[in-house]
Design a protein. Sequence first.
Length: 340
Amino acid sequence: MRSRAPAICHADPGAAKGWTREASAGDENQLPQILEFLKPYASLATVAAAVLQTWPKHEQYIEKRFAGNEVAFLERSNEVARLALAIMGDEADGYCRDYQWMCERFLDEELYFRRNQTYRLSTFKDAYEQIYGNNDYMSKYVRGILISQLLWTPHSRAIDFFRTDFLAKTPNNSAYLEIGPGHGLFLYFAASQPAIDHLEAWDVSAASIAETKATLTKLGVGRDVRIIEQDVLLAPSRHDEFDAAVISEVLEHLEAPDRALRSLHAALKPGGRIFINAPINSPAPDHIYLWRSVGEFREFVRAQGFEIDAFETFPVTGAALEQAVRRELSISCVVIARKP
């Protein structure tokens, strides 16, 4: 499943630039400033308005998310928001409530991490018993993650990088493998890519798979996509089968992420490329493997036999990279690598 995201309490109120909050208590009909700003991006504005209707106190955080965004990125993010609205249908209020619930769970984990300098869980067994095997919990979690895909900077930047720098360079007649499709947006974009002939995805959670399948149906994906309930660490060996692989926000959920990457290395054809997204210092209810620095994660990827073509770092919303490193805040490490 794709379930990693930065806790909202990481955001530094002093880090956002370019916003001047105006008092609006005297005019109840005045739109929040962030919604005025987002008017040219109708789908993003609709999602932000729905979240603020459920959770008005989230306004300052949402301002940080969109401060300083370039126009082209906002336009692409608006396209993702349009898809998210199609997935939510008439259940947007429920998705927003699930998003708030998820953020509160992350806050609990952040407080634990700050006190103990470690994640609360350390075994996949515990994560499965407490989270993955709990269909109600997982359904709310995956729905909350869909909203975070738009409102959390590392999530929005990662999927943008995936679309513009990974998928766009996929060769014709490719076979594609995704581990942990979760809300299904990555898999949808892959299914929309004419160069990809074969699509396969694995997930450990039945509830997460149900959300993925629902997404593909709602977004009108008519082509065949093979989705299997499968633990990547227990999967049968695959060799030289895939041209492209994706493992986004999954490695931190594993006790042996090195084994998972080596398995994907074997499954790729020579020259095959992989998109990897994993965070450092990022507590979440189901995170069990902790990297403490960007350099540590970079060397981890190389140690599994990959050559790195691109490496991006996306710190938690509202924080500059230098600040995030100094304060040991969550940073998403997004890598495009290839099998020699």
